[in-house]
Design a protein. Structure first.
Length: 312
């Protein structure tokens, strides 16, 4: 996985979550807090998720085969989708179950100061991981807002880590409020309410990730800016071999690999050798203008209005 693929963000999140999961589970054993148990499972699920993202990045680098001629770049999308499912089931549904159970059968939190101290330490560690994810994402985000980046990013690891870390910080705040109110008001039901809030938050984040990674799995087009660079490069021949783009299609084969298919109009009277030379030159220009355009198929034709924008 390249640096732009978010490997540093994933590794930072993995290190933080493993340590936090151990600390939270020890705190749960000492306090009996359902919020601490939910947060322990949440951090354990996040640790597994980071492992899945790293595995997906490694498997995506496999060479293309006869059975998979376009390579394995979409493995990163597959593992991103699996992460969303794990977050939904292991994190969200478990927290909801545990919270509802605690509300129906509340128990006092033992040693609340231990729980609060662990939660504050976890917030600090998660904040450091979140800061790394933000720093790694800024170069790809550009002028887009953070919600726009989450929706449009073709690299699955960064949105996943960003949303996981954000959910972890908010979930820790819920747990802190739940444990604090349960202790101050002597009403342990607040611990269960905080746990339910954690579960609802994780399910909401998981649904967003499922929707976005599903879209990537189906095959998203290149960004409008990338399409503009590709089409501009196709007609950028000073010799005038290609006179225009009749229609074009793009699709991400992976975060860093785009398939380009286009029907292009040729100058009248071009010989077969001239057509072949113009197409080869156009492919070179496209790859120079948009390095992610790895697989390019160009079909020469004569412009006809009925073909513009689509067609055979």
């Amino acid at each position: 996985m390249s640096a732009h693929g978010g490997s540093r963000a994933v590794l930072a999140a993995l290190g933080a979550n493993v340590g936090i999961a151990v600390i939270k589970f020890i705190a749960f054993l000492l306090t009996g807090s359902s919020s601490m148990l939910a947060e322990s499972v949440h951090s354990l699920a996040d640790s597994g998720n980071q492992g899945l993202l790293l595995l997906g990045g490694r498997r995506s680098r496999r060479q293309a085969t006869a059975e998979h001629p376009f390579g394995y770049g979409r493995d990163r999308y597959v593992y991103g989708f699996l992460v969303a499912l794990v977050l939904f089931t292991v994190g969200g549904l478990f927290a909801l179950y545990e919270g509802i159970h605690k509300i129906s059968d509340p128990h006092h939190v033992d040693s609340p100061l231990i729980a609060i101290g662990v939660l504050v330490a976890a917030i600090i560690l998660e904040s450091l991981s979140f800061r790394t994810a933000i720093r790694e994402s800024r170069g790809l985000k550009g002028e887009a807002s953070w919600p726009q980046f989450i929706r449009r990013a073709k690299v699955p690891e960064l949105p996943v880590v960003l949303l996981e870390d954000f959910a972890a910080l908010v979930g820790l705040a819920f747990a802190l409020v739940g444990v604090g109110l349960a202790t101050l008001l002597d009403q342990p039901v607040w611990d269960g309410i905080g746990t339910v809030g954690i579960g609802a938050l994780l399910i909401a984040v998981a649904v967003v990730l499922i929707i976005e990674t599903k879209s990537l799995l189906l095959g998203e087009a290149a960004s409008p800016a990338a399409v503009a660079r590709i089409e501009s490069a196709l007609v950028g021949d000073p010799a005038g071999g290609i006179t225009g783009v009749i229609h074009s299609r793009t699709m991400h084969l992976g975060p860093d690999e785009v398939l380009v298919a286009a029907k292009v109009s040729m100058a009248p009277g071009c010989t077969l050798d001239e057509v072949a030379g113009a197409i080869n030159a156009a492919e070179a220009r496209v790859r120079a203008a948009e390095p992610t355009a790895r697989v390019i198929y160009l079909e020469p034709d004569i412009y006809r209005p009925e073909l513009a924008g689509g067609g055979p």
